[in-house]
Ligand binder design. Structure first.
Ligand code: UD1
Length: 358
């Protein structure tokens, strides 16, 4: 019986893995095992996603926790090497671009275990982002490259990856979104009662790690919040710094606990706009048709701009962009939704894996 091991570790991995696992579950001839690295460990960042997305209980949790990039990567590698050496699976599947992803890919390559990467080929061309380094390394090591948007095929070809192993399958994160949208719509949100609000999520080191950067950022956001109250489900890495930088001083920006999947989708769907530096939020707002202002210099997901509702903004252009949206300057949706973001990506990935493993 072929054994497929999926490795997940951080919050954005979970909605990508669920549709792939569910698709392969339809084939009783496969044994599937899920490894949780424990990169994200708070209940609200992990357990609640397993429940809501219907993910199987992990076969093992490596419990790596927080640490520097080297510490996290090394802990995943040591734990996973022991686990996989005994198990000798036929395929390891990794998701996205977090530290757990690159660590697992390195272990698979060195143990000569075949490796599939879901969300291959995305590039911001910004090596200042740890995720970009993870993406490049994982794609070089992968035997099967599963691609969510067309330009990623080109990036992989330019990096010399064999075209026969590269498959444009669509976006499994959108499978999860479309599947759970009806349940999310029924969710009652315990949030302040505003007629109209924006959602704010910021956690990237480039936005929240430096005090001088925060001193610049906070007045812009407070100013916007005078026109549109902002609700901010806080990522734990940023919470204390944002509080002491005065982000919540006026009461117009309200901190929320990290939200579970259904609640977060409901919050976005009912919002006038979203301001974020997340990768997944750019994709989800594209499908929800909610304007998204991404506070970054670049994006590895340009299809959300050409086919969706996403705009890249700087601190200088943010207020103008918000005003434009609030005045009803609809963002033109040029050609959306992106090709193959249709809820069937997990099935396609399942088919590629089964045909690869014979
Ligand atoms: C990671 C990913 C990032 C992704 C994000 C989604 C990498 C390099 N980064 O960033 O690409 O967008 O996940 O959330 O892998 N913490 C907790 N509880 C938790 C997890 C984290 O309190 O359950 C706090 C800790 O202080 C920790 C910090 O958040 O040090 C950062 O966590 P980490 O997993 O290192 O990176 P993220 O910022 O979450």
């Amino acid at each position: 019986m072929p054994t497929v091991v999926h490795v997940t570790g951080a919050r954005p991995n979970f909605p990508k893995a669920a549709p792939v696992i569910h698709a392969l579950e339809q084939n009783p001839n496969y044994q599937q095992l899920l490894v949780h690295t424990g990169q994200h460990y708070d209940k609200g960042m992990s357990d609640v996603f397993f429940e809501q997305l219907g993910l199987p209980k992990p076969a093992i949790n490596l419990g790596i926790g927080s640490g520097s990039h080297a510490e996290q990567t090394a802990r995943v590698m040591v734990g996973l090497e022991t686990y996989l050496t005994d198990l000798e699976p036929d395929l390891l599947v990794v998701y996205g671009d977090v530290n757990s992803t690159v660590a697992a890919a390195l272990v698979a390559a060195k143990l000569n275990i075949r490796l599939a990467h879901v969300e291959a080929g995305l590039r911001s061309f910004d090596r200042g982002m740890p995720e970009e380094i993870n993406r490049v390394v994982v794609d070089q090591l992968s035997d099967i490259l599963l691609v969510t948007s067309a330009e990623a095929m080109h990036h992989l070809a330019m990096e010399g990856r064999p075209i026969v192993n590269t498959h444009f399958v669509g976006n499994p994160m959108i499978d999860t979104l479309l599947r759970l949208l009806p349940s999310s719509d029924e969710t009652v949100l315990a949030i302040p009662d505003h007629d109209r609000y924006g959602v704010l999520t910021l956690h990237r080191p480039s936005n929240v790690d430096s005090e001088s950067g925060l001193r610049e950022l906070v007045p812009h956001l407070l100013n916007i919040a005078e026109r549109l109250p902002l609700l901010f489900p806080l990522h734990p890495r940023a919470a204390d710094r944002l509080r002491s930088a005065g982000l919540f001083s006026s009461g117009r920006i309200q901190a929320l606990e990290p939200l579970a999947y259904l609640e977060f989708v409901a919050l976005m769907r009912r919002a006038a706009l979203v301001i974020s530096d997340s990768g997944g939020v750019q994709e989800e707002t594209t499908i929800l048709n909610v304007p998204c202002l991404t506070l970054r210099e670049n994006t590895e997901r340009p299809v959300t701009i050409t086919h969706g509702t996403n705009q890249l903004v700087s601190l200088q252009s943010l207020t103008t962009a918000v005003n434009g949206i609030l005045q009803g300057d609809a963002l033109p949706r040029l050609a959306g939704p992106p090709p193959l973001w249709d809820g069937q990506a997990g099935q396609r990935i399942g088919m590629v894996i089964q045909s690869y493993l014979g």
